[in-house]
Ligand binder design. Sequence first.
Ligand SMILES: Nc1ncnc2c1ncn2[C@@H]1O[C@H](COP(=O)(O)OP(=O)(O)OP(=O)(O)O)[C@@H](O)[C@H]1O
Ligand SMILES: [Mg+2]
Length: 253
Amino acid sequence: MAARVVAIINQKGGVGKTTTSTNLAHALANSHKKVTVIDLDPQGHLAVSFGTVNPNIPGIDDVMLDKKDIAKNLVQVRKNLQLIVAGTRLKEIEQLSEGGADRGRLLRKALHENLKGQDLIFIDCPPSSGLLVANALFAADEVLIPMAGDFLALQGLSHMMGTIKRFENVLKKKYKLFIVMSRYASTRKMSKNVLNKVLQYFPNQVLSTAIRESALLAECPSYGQTILDYRPGSRPARDFRSLSVDFLEGRVM
Ligand SMILES: Nc1ncnc2c1ncn2[C@@H]1O[C@H](COP(=O)(O)OP(=O)(O)OP(=O)(O)O)[C@@H](O)[C@H]1O
Ligand SMILES: [Mg+2]
């Protein structure tokens, strides 16, 4: 079976894209799925989150700029889990004015044809709606949108949905799309209000498990550990394990 290719996007910064990419991918790898994560953000935070990876090694930049073989740049970061770093030249792509569609096609081909035996491929995107995100949307068939629980996040979400719709029209495809509440403060009234609004506008698209706010999630990247390495019995670790089941089974609120 072909791998599910999932772009993790939100043009708003700091909403939990990288935290979701890292911990969801690790939870799925722990349930015996073969997972690859691609860092499509020049900030390179995904490599840092998994630890011990030198972010200056060749990564997806090599594949998209020089058509290098993606398989050569894989780094095994955990059991069943491999990473492709951003690479130092990825930021150049955001500035290039030509070849956008070609690079999207190149990325799609690399992920769909040259990554063997994978069940799931996640693309951690930068906080923009620029060329790199366009390339990710070209390559992916599914979209996962991490959503913080504040009011401004709601506006960001409708903008995001507009971008995705435009892509659907141009590329003549329909994404399987899920939203995850990634920084949910269950004690805050605002979080609940925002969630209710999201459910109202996007019914059947919010994954069942909300990832709650937790200082542990903010701490673990500084040790190069996922939450499942760092505190496997903690509440956020349980949240991510539960989210991984939602994701596999399409379980929604
Ligand atoms: N549920 C949570 N509870 C507490 N802290 C969190 C949670 N989710 C994310 N964070 C923290 O918030 C910060 C931003 O998260 P993260 O890097 O995952 O967001 P991002 O959307 O990838 O950001 P960027 O747009 O810069 O790529 C990080 O310090 C992260 O550890
Ligand atoms: Mg990020």
